[in-house]
Design a protein around this ligand. Sequence first.
Ligand SMILES: [Zn+2]
Length: 327
Amino acid sequence: MNNKGDADNMIKNNDKSIVLGIDIGGTTCKCGVVTTDGELLYKDEIPTRKDDGGSLILSDIKNHIPDMLSAAGMKSDDVAGVGIGVPGAVKDDGTVNKCVNLGWGVFNVAQTFNEMTGYKVKAGNDANMAALGEYWMGSAKEYSSSLFVTIGTGVGAGVIVDGKPLCGYNGAAAELGHLPVVEDEQEYCNCGKKGCLEQVASATGIVRTATRMLNESGEPSSLRDIPYISAKVVFDEAKAGDLIALNVVDYVCRYLGKGIACAAGMVDPEVISIGGGVSAAGEFLLSRISKYYKEYVFHASRNTQIIQATLGNDAGMYGAARLVMND
Ligand SMILES: [Zn+2]
């Protein structure tokens, strides 16, 4: 069923026993020391310094590596490679195609970090890395292919086929959050378009949807008494039976189900795994996404399971580590 033996073959041909997984985020870089068997030996975080066009980020990571290694009881010679997840489009060769969150333009992050450190380096998009992490050591471990969807500040996704993340020609494969699924959207998405899935289904999109529905309705709602509405609040009130909150959740899940059905229609994964902060809503969320997924998807993919991701914020680190073990 699964063909995840590639990494084992690599271990036999290589006496280096660990890889470093670095997940660069807009606020912090999550740094992990991972064995080639997938055991996380050590993890921590350093701040992402975005000053000066993000030019300090890679040198901060480089300077942090000795601390990580000594905390894990390892030395530089043990390192088989470094995988890096970046919050933006990354081509297969490691070229970042602009990363607004970090202030980065177009450059080859893998090559640059290799020149800085001498390590073998691979880089990929952060959602693709999280997808690979879940596939390797998390929720999709028992499956041969997967679609991973993360619902957090934004909506992202990654597709794993033949043990590898689908990167795309421009490094922009599986940009689920920017599928244009909402007709008649009046406001612009961060990407500059209108009608993206992310505009209604990210954590901020859910709050936006809730605010709109509250304004349009004269009905009473427990949401009206809450000074600060978050996605979690919307789900909590929906679980408690508030009708407007339930409508918001239903609306959001309809679009998520539709977007995921579109993605599944193209790649037909064996399993669909849902992560990100909003996925904490659990079965309440998954069952509703699933309902609409079944309604929209091509019949052959109708019974594909939709499951909850298990690695949380560590998924990207695991995936980045796994990436550098490929080929
Ligand atoms: Zn967009």
